[in-house]
Design a binder for this molecule. Sequence first.
Ligand code: UD1
Length: 371
Amino acid sequence: MPSSHPSVGGSTAAPRAWHIVGARPNFMKMAPVFRALDGRLSQVVVHTGQHYDWKMSGIFFQELGVSAPDINLEVGSGTHAVQTAEVMMRLEPLLMERRPDVMIVYGDVNSTVAASLVCSKLGIRVAHVEAGLRSRDRGMPEEINRIVTDALSDILFTPSEDGNANLAAEGVDPSKVHFVGNVMIDTLIRLLPQARADAVLAALGISGPYILVTLHRPSNVDSLETLAPLLEVLATLADTMPVIFPVHPRTKAQIGRANLTLPAGLHLAEPLGYLDFLALQRGAALVVTDSGGIQEETTYLGVPCLTVRENTERPVTISHGTNRLVGRDPARLLAEATRVLAEPPVRLGPPPLWDGHAGERIADILLRAWP
Ligand code: UD1
């Protein structure tokens, strides 16, 4: 494994890996890597506190069987600069004192880029899980986080081969890049047998087919001019079959401000835990989302997915999966939803290496870093 950092090479002590997580989608990505490294090296989990509500954070550690974080930086919410800077300021002294051999960072959230910046300047090796994804839309904060994190990373683990191509096009040394598959799908495969939708559906009074919705991207929810017409489409769809919409705090705040009257068939719910949400995805007639991870999960499950975005950093969910981009045009969302419900797309099978073993491949590669 290539490294220019003197802190790693030649050490005979047990290597020490730190994981940095902060926001909801990080937790299911870390779990399989943590499990695969368990007992093979010393591990410390740092939670930045970017997400802090039980339903956005704590419940996932419980359900995923990952022990509580060793360190919580408690940064909380803020503007991008504030949140990123708080993570950096609180992390740096810990790392200066304890100097792990590698920092494993996940995905594309602000906590990911913040930790990568601190580590790379301290000469601590950065390993990026879910490297190489590109939407080519710099209006999306996550795209900035992806580009910067990948540029700073010493070891890059890609979930799909487009990631390798993107990194090669940006001049990243291919010897640093490892195509390992999708860690989020590792967690899905492990926990799917435990996921049951009965209780949630009974609580909502739903027995037949339903549509499942999540929307939380700033581009969709921060402006009422965009969000309100999307909610109107969901209300129209709710005339056909019930629509279940677990609402992210960002979206909830906006809906609260709007003072909207929602139809009876549109069931707004609190954010759900991992198992409940997974079970609802598996049973849905259609999923409407702007999330990255849900595009992947529906692809694996073979459930039709309409993504309310103009682009995706996960093109394999379209080439191999059941995902379609519908943009932010409400009329197009309604037309596509109607079409997909009448004629669901054919599942082509999971993309290469979405097989439940990505975490093990990552662990093996990381462990080969030490003699
Ligand atoms: C973050 C990630 C996004 C990811 C999403 C998953 C970045 C740039 N964005 O977006 O990539 O898809 O997490 O959820 O890192 N809030 C709570 N409770 C919480 C956390 C947040 O109420 O536990 C509220 C706060 O009002 C906060 C808002 O949600 O201002 C947004 O949270 P924030 O962490 O800024 O970004 P997300 O929209 O969650």
